[in-house]
Design a binder for this molecule. Sequence first.
Ligand code: HEM
Length: 449
Amino acid sequence: MPGRNRSGQDPDTGSEPVRLVVSDLTNIEAFNFKPGHQGFLDFCRTVFAKPEPQFLRTDDDELVVFRHADLRALAVMPAMGNVPSGVLSAQMAAAARRFGFGESASSSTTGQAIADGFANQFFFNNDPIRAPLRRMTLGQIGPKAAPSMIDLARSIAVQTLAATPRDQRIDFTRDIAERFVVAFWTRIVGLSEHEALAVTALVRAMSAVFVRFDTPAAFQATDDAFAAYMSILDRAARRSLAHQPHPILAALDSGLAQLDLVDDPAYAGIVPKSAGKMLAGLLIDGFHTVATTATSVARVLAHRPEVLAQLERMPSLWPAAIAEALRLQPVALIFKRYTSDDVFHNGFLIPKHTRVAMMWAAGNHDPAAFPAPETYDLTRNSAAVTSFGGGSQICPGRHMAQMLTQALLQTIACEGLELAPEQAADEWARSTVFLQLKSFPVVLRQRST
Ligand code: HEM
């Protein structure tokens, strides 16, 4: 098999592992991988037809982990860390040079707003900084806190739907999902109406970061959107904190004030400098990824009226129905990790400082874990689903994402409404990070009784 070299000893088994040489592995494109949903499905159908290969690589020589068992096993290893913010900054500087923004990494600032925005999301932190930020976040939007906000979410869903036109073609993402999530987080951060509108447009512009930039202008525009977004959220949060902050904002503010940690871009990352910046970092997903999730689940269910009817009879099935919809049509395609040390796994040695692409979406379509993966089946074990990652880095926003998705879609049903998908062919974004529709055209209409 390409990509093998013998080296060292596995400390656990004492046997000699095979050292992975990522650049020697087969490119995922050889297995029909292409950005977008169809490319993802083609890849899964091809690669899971045989038990080999175990690993692949991306164009950028990142190690691709895609089999369910490997994703789950590697995710729990402490040395499978997050990409340090310094590594991300260097990547942005390299992109800036490639696009002709300055001769050297230090002579251009384009790309740094993107890097700074993400650096405030503890996706780019490792311990000792990551653990306390994660605890603070889970305390505010984790398994206890998220369900307690469902009534607020439902009331916002009712308002959103009341202002949505009936019986005409709309885009579910723009006209319902985005407006709903922005209205929800607006209450937490304290955005003005004008700021909320600006943030909606900026988040849309920022999502270009998940697609490969084609032109310097696209790179610059995305960087500008990140800078404006961070500044609006930080300003709004400061204003709220000075008056009557939402408890989530107040808790993040006091939590950060108690942290006694220093920045370490090379490994642990940076400590957010304000609650507004921390929340802004988290809400990149809170806005974009939650709206994308709600769209994905809405699309799966809109095509399955029998499941919607079952949910009406048994509303307690909503969490399982959402988990299965997200398994079938996942949103998070690839999330990056970075090895902080040599990692030994299943007879292989993954060297320190390897950039790893965890293809979480593929875990959901591995027939070894989910027989007949393209079939929607409400009786599956949702604990095995990999839509939100795994291990100690498993998404801390998942409870909130599920609650918001349920609140929105259940409210549509409770209001006696339904989404009728327009039959236009679906167009997917050419992203190698997220699986997201460019738009989901539907008609929102009153259900006939
Ligand atoms: C309120 C919304 C959300 C917030 C605040 C949020 C936040 C985060 C953060 C901070 C991490 C890094 C965790 C760590 O390093 O310890 C993370 C990881 C992740 N999130 Fe989320 N997220 C949200 C929604 C979503 C949604 C809707 C999805 C997909 C459906 C998603 C998928 C993931 C995945 C796949 C990971 C990687 C986990 C891993 O590497 O094991 N997130 N999220």
